[in-house]
Structures are given as C-alpha cells and as structure tokens.
Design a protein around this ligand. Structure first.
Ligand SMILES: O=P(O)(O)OP(=O)(O)OP(=O)(O)OC[C@H]1O[C@@H](n2cnc3c(O)ncnc32)[C@H](O)[C@@H]1O
Ligand SMILES: [Mg+2]
Length: 170
C-alpha cells in the first residue's frame, strides 16, 4: 500500500518511513488550511486532519497521514503540542497527539508577537532549520527527545490503532 504524508519535512516523513517499512512512502506538500503557527490543540488537530484528508484523496487506494505542530496555552504557559491523523483507503480516521513540554518564557514571548516557532528557534539556537532536525523539543530536552522521536511515537499510536481496528473486523 502507498502512504502519502502531508509534508516534506524529514522529521515527519522519516518518522513514518521508520515504522511503515513495507509500504511505499511519499512526502507531499499540502496546505494545512490553518494558520502557519497553530495556537491551540483544536487548531493543531484541524491542521493534521486537513493534511491527512488531502493526502488520502490524492490517489486511489492510498492512505494519508497528516502531522502538525503547534502550541497551546495552559496555566499561563505555552506548551508545544503535536497532532497526527491517519485516514485509510476506506476513510476510517485515527487520531493521536504527541508529547508536550512547556516553552521557556523568552520563546513564548516571541510567539505572542505573532512569530513562528521555527523562526524563533533558529534565532535562539543561531542555526537554520531546527524545525527540520531536532526541533524545539530536542533543544529543550537536551537532545534526549528529537522532533522525529516525538513524531515516531505519534505514528506508532496511529499505526497501532489502525491495526487494532482492522484486526477486530476480521
Ligand atoms: O513543512 P511542514 O510540514 O509544514 O513542517 P513545519 O516544520 O512547518 O511544521 P508545522 O507546520 O507542523 O508546525 C507549525 C509551526 O510550528 C513550528 N514548530 C512546531 N514544532 C516545532 C519544533 O519542535 N521545532 C521548531 N519549530 C517547530 C514550525 O516550524 C511551524 O512554524
Ligand atoms: Mg508548516
């Protein structure tokens, strides 16, 4: 089966490739149809579902996976939040969220001004492409958990639910 992932970001595409080794994986740029910096669980979830649906509809018989990163407010702190959605060839939909950690106040302040986390992180680390590599989660966990590790866990949660659902129907 072919799996279309709604992104070309290697932190996302490689997380899918690692856990769907039998399938053909294609990364494709699709619109999330939400803001480029989602600011709540709802908006981040919405972005993931929009990406997954568009991917699932892009070719006959394929499966779509949407992975979306964002932030959400809780108790006066801004947390990283991530959502994943898998839409299979029959349009069954599976959802999962990723691990979350609070962002340091100096980062949160920049986001409140309307900047995107990817850009803020590059400025903070004085390096380009943090979002394509270890991500904010990698930097703020001292590289113990990378952005790909986090998305891998989301992909496993999606894959496991998909397998359970299809096994139950046999
Ligand atoms: O190409 P796409 O798939 O859009 O990948 P992206 O890196 O832009 O990722 P998202 O759109 O899912 O994330 C929304 C925004 O949050 C940023 N972001 C989310 N998580 C991040 C992380 O761990 N490290 C750095 N930036 C992150 C990201 O760069 C965007 O500005
Ligand atoms: Mg993006």
């Amino acid at each position: 089966m072919k799996i279309v992932v709604g992104s070309t970001n290697p932190a996302k595409v490689n997380a899918v490739k690692k856990h769907f080794t039998e399938e053909e994986i294609l990364g494709m740029e699709v619109g999330s149809k939400v803001s480029s910096q989602p600011y709540s669980d709802e908006e981040t979830y919405e972005g993931a579902i929009n990406r997954a649906r568009e991917c699932a509809n892009s070719a006959k018989g394929c499966m779509g996976i949407g992975l979306e990163g964002g932030v959400m407010e809780l108790e006066n702190e801004l947390y990283l939040c991530n959502w994943g959605v898998l839409v299979d060839a029959e349009e069954n939909t599976f959802t999962a969220s990723g691990a979350r950690i609070p962002l340091p106040e100096e980062i949160a302040k920049e986001l409140e001004k309307g900047r995107e986390l990817g850009d803020v992180m590059d400025a903070f680390a004085e390096r380009e492409g943090i979002r394509l590599n270890e991500g904010a989660i990698g930097i703020f966990t001292n590289n113990l958990v990378s952005r790909m590790d986090m998305f891998e866990h989301v992909v496993l949660l999606l894959k496991g639910q998909y397998e359970f659902f299809h096994q139950q129907r046999k």
